[in-house]
Design a protein around this ligand. Structure first.
Ligand code: CO
Length: 139
């Protein structure tokens, strides 16, 4: 085993949705949640709504633009669905290096990108993590 890192708190669960205004209304009105406005994230090809819960967050992701990374997911899941979960880590490079040493696949070129919260993030291949796309965020 390479030098360890500890998986931290659940930062958010992201749900891809075909209609972000309708999804926002479900959370705001039916579920009584505290929701943000709809924000464009042009660097990420998505629109986001952030839902603040007492212990974590949920993010609604809608398509933005022609090359949205969630378009394929929505084609397979037309009603929407859980797209990824995000865990916090203290040192994202230490986490990446350990996971690569263990043979896990880090998406992209392995360089952390600045995520929707302004912090470094990486995505890990679902086939290596129980069929779930995992985002790591340095927090
Ligand atoms: Co995320």
């Amino acid at each position: 085993m390479a030098a360890g890192f500890a998986l931290g708190r659940l930062n958010h669960v992201a749900i891809a949705v075909p209609d972000i205004e309708a999804a926002r209304a479900v959370y705001a009105t039916m579920l009584g949640a505290t929701v943000s406005g709809i924000e464009d994230q042009p660097d990420h090809g998505v629109q986001t709504v952030f839902i603040e819960l007492p212990n974590t967050k949920v993010e609604l992701l809608g398509v933005l633009g022609d090359a949205s990374p969630i378009a394929g997911f929505l084609a397979k899941n037309p009603a929407g669905g859980i797209h990824h979960i995000c865990y916090e880590v203290a040192d994202i490079l230490a986490a990446r290096n350990k996971l690569l040493a263990e043979g896990a696949r880090v998406l992209g070129d392995g360089t952390p990108k600045i995520g929707a919260h302004g912090k470094p993030v990486l995505f890990l291949h679902p086939k290596d993590f129980c069929g779930t796309l995992v985002e790591l965020e340095q927090a």
